[in-house]
Design a protein around this ligand. Structure first.
Ligand code: ADP
Ligand code: MG
Length: 246
């Protein structure tokens, strides 16, 4: 599903991602963990074309972003990748003046040019899936952070993505609201969605992910199964990190 070859990302002279190569098969659930500032968000943003890459290439379901190709030629590929990759951020960014169901319908109406009735029924199904059927007609400000994040997940799912990217989806939430969001993500994983999740929730990473990428200073320092990463990290860097967070 994803092939990354010698990806490098610089901001100015600073190398933020350094020669990252890896592939992710369909249906795999990958947790990306590591210290703040190590390049995790930049990595996700490169994958769906929110950042231009400095060198190397990224292929998502057959669409290729290649740094050696002109920016203009890349636009079509980036657009195709964005259709396939749903992204959920720490901040939910819902439209405040639209109701919950209107938020979920928006891309279906605007991007997919779908009829209103059809978009409504798809959106209603997705809201049921994230446990918010009873909140269809309220505005985001009337919801808790955890509920808003579940709307954001439903909104991303509306585009029928082949891949979901999550950037610390629970970091802005009060602790008692984290569980409901993780539950929705766990269900998605069980349904076979390909997912890359940047998270500080170590229990979730350990129990739900198929694979851990431990990132530090723009490098994938460890790439391992959760059991082996959490029980026997190979590098001093990872041991240090785990001592701090667990
Ligand atoms: P993480 O998500 O692991 O905390 P980030 O990917 O957000 O790390 O950031 C990695 C590094 O890249 C940080 O040093 C950050 O300051 C830098 N950085 C991120 N975005 C930009 C930007 N738009 N311009 C310049 N530097 C940036
Ligand atoms: Mg980040």
């Amino acid at each position: 599903m994803i092939e990354i070859n010698h990806l490098e990302k610089k901001f100015g002279e600073q190398r933020i991602l350094k020669d990252i190569s890896l592939s992710i098969p369909a249906h795999q659930v990958v947790a990306v963990i590591g210290p703040s500032g190590s390049g995790k968000s930049t990595f996700l943003r490169c994958i769906n074309g929110l950042e231009t890459i400095t060198s190397g290439s990224i292929s998502v379901d057959g669409h290729v972003i290649d740094a050696s190709v002109g920016k203009k030629e890349q636009q079509k590929e980036i657009y195709a990748i964005r259709q396939k990759a749903g992204m959920v951020f720490q901040q939910f960014n819902l439209y405040p003046h639209k109701t919950v169901i209107e938020n979920v319908m928006e891309a279906l109406l605007v991007v997919k040019k779908m009829k209103k009735e059809k978009a409504y029924s798809i959106a209603a199904n997705l809201l049921e899936k994230v446990g918010l059927s009873d909140k269809k007609d309220v505005y985001p400000s009337q919801l808790s952070g955890g509920q808003q994040q579940r709307v954001a997940i439903a909104r991303a799912l509306a585009m029928e993505p082949k891949l979901m990217l999550f950037d610390e989806p629970t970091s802005a939430l009060d602790p008692e609201l984290v569980g409901d969001v993780l539950k929705v993500m766990k269900q998605l994983a069980e349904d076979g969605m390909t997912m890359i999740i940047v998270t500080h929730e170590m229990n979730f990473a350990r129990n739900v992910a198929d694979r851990i990428l431990f990132m530090a200073d723009g490098i994938i320092v460890e790439d391992a199964k959760p059991e082996s990463f959490f029980h026997q990290p190979e590098t001093e860097r990872a041991k240090q990190f785990l001592r701090k967070v667990t």
